[in-house]
Write a protein of this length. Structure first.
Length: 754
């Protein structure tokens, strides 16, 4: 089918052509038949602004594809007059294929793709208007960092103190907000390089233009610049696109939001599909407010709620709905299903992280024995470091698994780097490990120095580290490299000397700090840096579990040798963020404790907004399950090589009691755990009274209350000790488990309800 528009940068603007005849001629009702009432309403509401609030498992993709097919086959628009935006290339490809199958022919000319892909397509048509040529290069993240390093060197800024990767993150966040350098106010400037980030951003943009290049953030930012400076070009696209469809609208950032609003001002037929309850990417620029203010942005907009769920049982949906109802920032909907039956969500308090891993993997084995495929089971954690305990247990038992959304624990970059340091500490002649860390972080030891060391090592039959001893005593090395090698050699000698008097895990923790490797990630300021630091702390904890460094390194070698096996079904282990959009028969949700989930960084940096996003993350975790959800929390957890007593996550107390069932923990074997048994018992007792009574005791008596009305299981706040959970009541005395402060006895008049 020919395109009625031929839109080029300098060409004449062609007026909109009349709608064509339908592509094919099935009755329009064909695309409404088989849909439920809400889905059919969303498909048929083609004119005007429409927001489809699509709850988890309610068939949003079905609505999007049927809506596209309905528009095309009823002759409302040519394919080239429809803009359909997704967040991934995979989603765009699948949507195009499904529409083609629906209408019985391939659809050509449809503007279907990711924000960046569509932005690049528009930008290449009008590149000269923003100072580029149509053949401009799109820089990837590594190219961006290399260019910023050049700029930092030109400005005489130390890349160790002010890492280029951190500056790249700052610039990307500005671009996500639609801010060009001139729009970044002094108040919004970063403390990077003592307030020079804004000026460095301007230099970077000028350099990009010189190189005829753009980074990913520019693909939309330059679109906004283009539309603002050339309203005639914007008007062309507004006339062109009769219909706009947007998937995952809750994940849009400010730049994407502004871009969509501009394009929608023509025909104003925009349909956004999303779920405000699944907006979980605030840390990478997503603005849940975009979906919450849709009705304000588009006066007279229609809101269609997809609430009938085709994935999960009613107890799972009711538990998730009861939890998310505690969020104030939402448009509101309640998921339901007409499928009968279903097991309640189970809650289980365990004594520590090790028992948590054993308990969950034992249950996985039991499910497998009953015929459940491993491919339909998932363990979803809040933080990446949590996967290690599960991976160790799975490898020990020979259960096939995969880590989704990232490498396995011991395959992660920061772990491989840290283990290379440990290998050199344990075995000085380990050349491969030494070469990996000799200039990590940067010490001024370049390729020419390494080449000289290799030559000396081969000539003398020595290892690299032993050749260093010879090389530093000559004048062949550059002074900076010689000083760096001398300092590194002295550091390793000091660390090895400490092994005789200090625990080996403590020495390794010192090594990672004093070598500058921990500081490298602490200064990175990238979105993944906090997770990498948590992984490094988890590594130190893992090393502490072995009697010697040698035993740990042997264990790691065996773990790495355990290659993935063929195409057999595998248990999925992943973070909650990676699980969005997936579904499983059975889902395990470990680590529901204060101080872990909700994650303290989210609360510290965003306050109430961060708490609501964490709650949405919990909602996403629960709604991944079709048949079973199992939540666990640990009374004690080894964090930073110290035992920390926990109280259950506030999200546990927010689950509706009629849809949850508390399980008793298995009795631990003698000597099997490292904690104060009394604290663990008190924790389990508190958990028993906290919103999840045993289903077998519907007639149990009401727990006793203090004179002020406090009961076991209530959350309270103390002026000195902070937030806590009432563990037990004895008259006017309360035993309270305070976050990070253990269990204390307090008079009830000294606390208030949290």
């Amino acid at each position: 089918m020919s395109d009625p528009f031929d839109l080029v940068a300098a060409g004449p603007r062609t007026p909109a052509a009349p709608p064509p005849a339908p592509l094919v001629r099935p009755p329009a009702a064909d695309f409404l038949a088989g849909l439920n009432q809400a889905q059919a309403e969303a498909v048929a509401a083609t004119e005007g602004a429409v927001l489809v609030l699509a709850g988890a498992g309610t068939g949003k993709t079905r609505v999007l594809t049927h809506r596209l097919a309905h528009i095309l086959t009823t002759g409302r628009a040519w394919p080239s007059q429809i803009l359909a935006v997704t967040f991934t290339n995979k989603a765009a490809r699948e949507m195009g294929e499904r529409v083609g199958r629906l209408i019985g022919q391939a659809v050509e000319g449809l503007w279907l793709g990711t924000f960046h892909a569509i932005g690049a397509r528009i930008l290449r048509r009008h590149a000269e208007l923003v100072g580029l040529t149509p053949t401009f290069t799109i820089l990837d993240a590594d190219d961006q960092v290399r260019l910023l390093k050049q700029i930092l060197r030109a400005e005489n800024l130390d890349d160790k103190r002010w890492p280029a990767r951190a500056l790249a993150g700052i610039i990307s966040r500005w671009k996500d907000r639609g801010l060009t350098p001139d729009k970044v106010t002094p108040a919004e400037d970063s403390d990077f390089a003592l307030g020079k980030a804004r000026a460095l951003y301007a230099t970077y943009q000028a350099r990009l233009k010189t190189l005829n290049a753009a980074d990913f953030g520019d693909l939309l930012l330059l679109n906004l610049t283009l539309f603002a400076a050339h309203p005639d070009v914007l008007a062309d696209y507004q006339r062109r696109f009769r219909y706009l469809l947007v998937d995952e609208y809750q994940d849009t950032n400010v730049a994407q939001y502004l871009w969509l609003r501009l394009l929608a001002q023509g025909h104003r037929n925009i349909c956004c599909v999303g779920d405000d309850d699944q907006s979980i990417y605030g840390w990478r620029g997503a603005e849940v407010g975009n979906i919450l203010r849709f009705e304000t942005d588009f006066t007279g907009a229609r809101i269609v709620r997809l609430e009938r769920n085709y994935r999960s049982t009613q107890p799972i949906l009711s538990a998730a709905s009861g939890l998310i109802a505690h969020n104030a920032g939402r448009l509101g909907k309640t998921l339901w299903t007409d499928a009968p039956g279903g097991e309640p969500v189970t809650l289980q308090a365990v004594l520590d992280g090790d028992q948590e891993a054993r308990t969950i993997i034992d249950e996985v084995e039991a499910l497998q024995a009953r015929g459940q495929s491993l491919a339909d089971i998932a363990v979803l954690v809040r933080a990446g470091f949590q996967t290690r305990a599960f991976e160790e247990r799975l490898i020990q038992l020979g259960i096939a698994y995969r880590v989704v959304g990232g490498p396995r624990f011991y395959e992660r970059q920061e772990i491989r780097d840290a283990i290379a340091y440990v290998r050199v500490l344990h075995q000085p002649d380990d050349d491969l490990a030494f070469e990996r860390i000799v200039n990590l972080p940067k010490r001024g030891i370049g390729d020419s120095t390494l080449l000289l060391l290799h030559g000396l090592a081969r000539a003398r039959g020595l290892s690299l580290t032993r050749s260093v001893t010879l090389a530093v005593e000559t004048d062949e090395l550059p002074p900076k490299a010689r000083a760096a090698l001398l300092a590194l050699r002295a550091d390793f000698e000091r660390w090895r000397g400490q092994l005789g008097s200090l625990p080996h895990a403590q020495v390794i923790e010192t090594l990672l700090d004093e070598s500058g490797y921990t500081g490298l990630w602490r200064a990175a300021k990238t979105a993944d840096a906090p997770g990498r630091l948590e992984n490094l702390r988890e590594l130190v904890q893992a090393i502490a579990e072995f009697e010697t460094i040698g035993a740990f390194l042997e264990h790691v070698a065996l773990v790495m040798e355990n290659a993935e096996s063929g195409n057999q079904p595998k248990l999925s282990v992943m973070t909650l963020h990676s699980a969005k959009g997936l579904e499983f028969d059975v889902v395990f949700l470990p680590g529901w404790e204060e101080g872990l989930f909700p994650h303290p960084l989210a609360l510290d940096e965003q306050g109430t907004a961060g708490l609501e996003e964490e709650r949405r993350l919990a909602y996403v975790g629960i709604t991944r399950a079709k048949r079973e959800v199992h939540i666990t929390c640990a009374a004690s957890r080894l964090v930073h090589n110290q035992w920390r007593h926990n109280i259950p996550s506030r999200f546990i107390a927010e689950l509706p009691v009629q849809h949850v069932l508390r399980r008793d923990s298995a009795t631990p074997s003698p000597g099997g755990f490292r904690y104060r048994q009394s604290a663990a018992d008190a924790y389990v007792a508190a958990f028993a009274g906290q919103g999840a009574p045993r289903a077998a005791a519907p007639g149990a008596r009401t727990p006793p209350a203090s004179p002020q009305g406090f009961r076991a299981g209530e959350r309270v706040r103390h002026a000195r000790f902070g937030d806590g959970l009432v563990v037990a009541v004895d008259g006017n005395k309360l035993d309270i488990a305070f976050t990070g402060g253990g269990i204390k006895k307090v008079i009830d008049s000294f606390v208030e309800r949290a």
